[in-house]
Design a protein around this ligand. Structure first.
Ligand SMILES: NC(=O)c1ccc[n+]([C@@H]2O[C@H](COP(=O)([O-])OP(=O)(O)OC[C@H]3O[C@@H](n4cnc5c(N)ncnc54)[C@H](OP(=O)(O)O)[C@@H]3O)[C@@H](O)[C@H]2O)c1
Length: 332
């Protein structure tokens, strides 16, 4: 397994400059500011993530971000802060159609009859008539009123959920639909169906400790944009990431901060990146991405892909599942 991992890592490193079909505005000195999705919409490359951005702090973070130039907020119904995000967006005075808003469908609402009301709740909290992107948050469906009781049928077959989301695109409530936390097996399980709209993005954990080169390569080959969540290693591993000698060394040589090295690396790998911060100076810092010189990019890529992967977000056990969500082989 580890050898296969190293093999894929080597393949990825040997690839020329990331050349995702939908990447735009890329040159050796500039990073892509956006990706073009199958709908033709442009999704900005850097977003403010708002998971674990608490009440009373998320609004300031959003306002700081919009003032600094962010035009992409990555949220979710489950983060329980959509009202404050929506209020901050309104108060910023920036027109709704100038900001990309993402939300996510929670596990309890995958049944087709429950989806529209779950979406409407997010729309109402965000005080908006549409979302730019709505993701199936996890490839796991729970019964609506169950306490993490697995809905085996809807977990094994996400097509009924997807079909309803397609309807909501046609209704104008969502502009793009996508998935999150889907591995290649789960993606193929969905896309084997006669989809009207294919997934626009897959939002997954990507960071120094879990860089997922095989998934990145597969996504590139299949023209699927990946969004990098927990890009700095999340709260648990951010310190370990930013103090890595290779990161410090690159930061010093380029005169940028360690966080900027990591966030730039993500964009240069061809992903959309979603750093979260509620600290105004960090929110501003995290938007300043810059192309890393080829040798330094490759040095960081090699360092990231030369150790066994270590995932920071995996709720499988907490949810009482008897399988690992990220395992390519599921029991059904
Ligand atoms: N789809 C999913 O299942 C899923 C799962 C996880 C995350 N996400 C998305 O991805 C976003 C980011 O992931 P994440 O929140 O797990 O992790 P992250 O962005 O990798 O790390 C956030 C942590 O880094 C700190 N930080 C941010 N910028 C910094 C800087 N410049 N210098 C030093 N520390 C810095 C933050 O602290 P302060 O806030 O205190 O500044 C916070 O503790 C989430 O907000 C969410 O939108 C999605």
């Amino acid at each position: 397994m580890y050898l296969a991992y190293r093999g894929a890592a080597a393949l990825l490193r040997s690839a020329k400059t990331p050349c995702h079909g939908a990447m735009r505005n890329m040159s050796t000195s500039a990073l892509p500011k956006y990706h073009i999705l199958p709908s033709g919409d442009k999704i900005p490359s850097v977003a403010l993530g708002v998971w674990q951005a608490g009440q009373g702090e998320v609004g300031l973070a959003v306002k700081t971000a919009l003032k600094a130039g962010y035009r992409h907020i990555d949220g979710a119904w489950a983060y329980r802060n959509e009202e404050e995000v929506g209020k901050a967006l309104k108060e910023s005075g920036i027109a709704r159609d100038k900001v990309w808003l993402t939300s996510k469908l929670w596990n309890n609402f995958h049944a087709p009859e429950d989806i529209e009301s779950a979406l409407d709740d997010s729309l109402s909290k965000l005080d908006t008539e549409y979302l730019d992107l709505y993701l199936i948050h996890w490839p796991i469906a729970f019964k609506k009123d169950g306490n993490n009781v697995l809905d085996v049928e809807l977990t094994a077959d996400p097509y009924p959920t997807w079909k309803k989301l397609e309807e909501l695109v046609d209704k104008g409530k969502i502009r793009n639909i996508g998935i999150s936390n889907f591995n290649i097996a789960r993606i193929k399980n969905l896309t084997a169906n006669p989809l009207k709209y294919r997934p626009a993005v897959n939002q997954v954990e990507l960071n120094f400790f879990n860089p997922q080169p095989e998934l990145l390569k597969w996504a590139r080959e299949n023209d699927l944009v990946l969004e990098a969540y927990s890009p700095l290693g999340s709260t648990r591993q951010v310190k370990d990431t930013l103090t890595l000698p290779v990161v410090q060394e690159i930061a010093t040589s380029l005169g940028i901060t360690p966080a900027q090295v990591i966030i730039s690396w993500h964009v240069q790998r061809g992903t959309v990146v979603l750093p979260k911060s509620v600290t105004p100076s960090r929110v501003e810092e995290n938007l300043q991405v810059t192309a890393l010189p080829k040798d330094l990019f490759e040095k960081l890529e090699t360092a990231a892909t030369s150790h066994p992967p270590q995932r920071v977000v995996n709720p499988s056990k907490n949810w009482g599942l008897d399988f690992d969500i990220f395992d390519e082989n599921w029991p059904f």
